[in-house]
Design a protein around this ligand. Structure first.
Ligand code: DC
Length: 230
């Protein structure tokens, strides 16, 4: 069986990371959550007052700070997946808050942020054997990935999933706020100038609105087997 690169792209909260994480664990690949990297930069920007009153980014200040933002992942055996670290601090919980979700799109649209993150992601996946999830993995980070999946689901279904996730973690959640955030992020992610969210021509599309996690898992594993046996 040859080692391959798996790119999983799609809208926010459509279950990409659950699928990607499960597959990586099952087949012994490294899992990289690229959204966590943009979220970590956002957390840093929030903590260091790098947003203007209107929510736009203080780009000149952020550019100066980029060398001070170090993002890494460490495998958490208990959770069965990597935790995200920002300058040595585990920020796995903080980066999932609604405040970070509400500020991440403008950060992810900044060209120098994207080029820094893409360079790190290419480095992390250079030896293949990686499952990477995000928005531009199949189009920009690994355009030659052997298996590309584009996942989608309706905005209502995705907002409900994020609501359930936050509730389960005991974090504050309001369904209407979450739905608004999902819709706004869809719009910004697909309309930004640099690497907008779009399906790569050779990606396989999966609408999982009416699928269980188990069904998705099997679907993805079947594609992985076919692809890595070729
Ligand atoms: O997957 P997520 O919701 O954790 O992603 C957070 C934000 O980061 C999302 O608004 C889009 C952005 N993102 C991106 O622009 N490119 C990626 N490869 C991953 C995420």
């Amino acid at each position: 069986m040859k080692k391959i690169t798996i790119a999983i792209d799609g809208h926010s909260s459509c279950g990409k990371s659950t699928m990607a994480k499960d597959l990586a664990r099952e087949v012994g690949y490294v899992y990289v959550d690229t959204g966590a990297m943009y979220r970590s930069v956002t957390l840093y920007a929030l903590r260091n007052n790098l947003f203007n009153e209107d929510g736009s980014v203080k780009t000149a200040e952020l550019e100066k700070e980029m060398p001070n933002i170090k993002i890494s992942f460490k495998f958490n055996a208990e959770a069965g997946r990597p935790d995200t670290y920002l300058n040595g601090e585990c920020v796995e919980k903080e980066i999932r808050s609604l405040e970070v979700s509400n500020h991440v799109s403008p950060i992810a649209a900044v060209p120098f942020v994207r080029s820094a993150m893409v360079a790190q992601q290419q480095q992390m996946g250079k030896d293949k054997g990686v499952v990477m999830d995000g928005r531009d993995i199949g189009t920009t980070v690994f355009p030659d990935a052997e298996l590309k999946i584009f996942v989608t689901a309706s905005a209502q279904v995705r907002a409900q999933r994020r609501f359930d996730e936050l509730k389960a973690k005991g974090m504050p959640a309001d369904f209407d706020d979450i739905l608004k955030n999902v819709e706004e992020r869809d719009y910004i992610d697909s309309h930004r100038e640099v690497s907008p969210l779009r399906k790569a021509d050779d990606a396989i599309e999966l609408d999982n609105s009416n699928m269980t996690i188990l069904e998705q898992k099997k679907w993805l594993l079947d594609h992985f087997m076919k692809c890595s046996e070729q």
